[in-house]
Design a protein around this ligand. Sequence first.
Ligand SMILES: [Zn+2]
Ligand SMILES: [Zn+2]
Length: 178
Amino acid sequence: MEKYKKMIDELELNDLKDLMFECLQHNQAMVIDVLQKLSDKSDKSNDDIPKALHEAPEWCICKNCREMPSDLEKMCCNLRPEYCLSKEETMALYVLDEMQLAFSRAMLRDFRQLTDLEPEEANKSNRHHAYRLFVYWRHQRLMKGDRRIIPSCCVWRIRNEFPSPTGVYRGFQPNVQM
Ligand SMILES: [Zn+2]
Ligand SMILES: [Zn+2]
């Protein structure tokens, strides 16, 4: 590690920036760590927090979470509003994209054309696969039965993208296979 530190110390600022951008492109999970660091830094300097559209719960820092039914689900991305994970464009790219969702379905061998599904069924399936893709995007792995908690802001971004017409959503169920 010392060797790398020395190499980094010797880099020009612009080369460092390019290198960092390249690393982020290759490792999407790192994006979140970097956002977290930037968020911590701006904590000390930046005071103008964008106003939220709705009242955020007490445990939420990013102002995009909503009250959740169980304590387990009350999880925020813990980033400042301007860095909220649910607003991250790579989330749309990796988690909400139709092709990615279709691929996720194919991986589970229950691939069906979206047009063959009733709208409610299609949205339900898309939500399910978007949750899977989120966990994969965030943790770069998905184990059998892996049900990691997804921050509330991101859960609601997925739900807003693929809404249930009844407005009823299944909450987090530990130990249920994804
Ligand atoms: Zn939040
Ligand atoms: Zn958030």
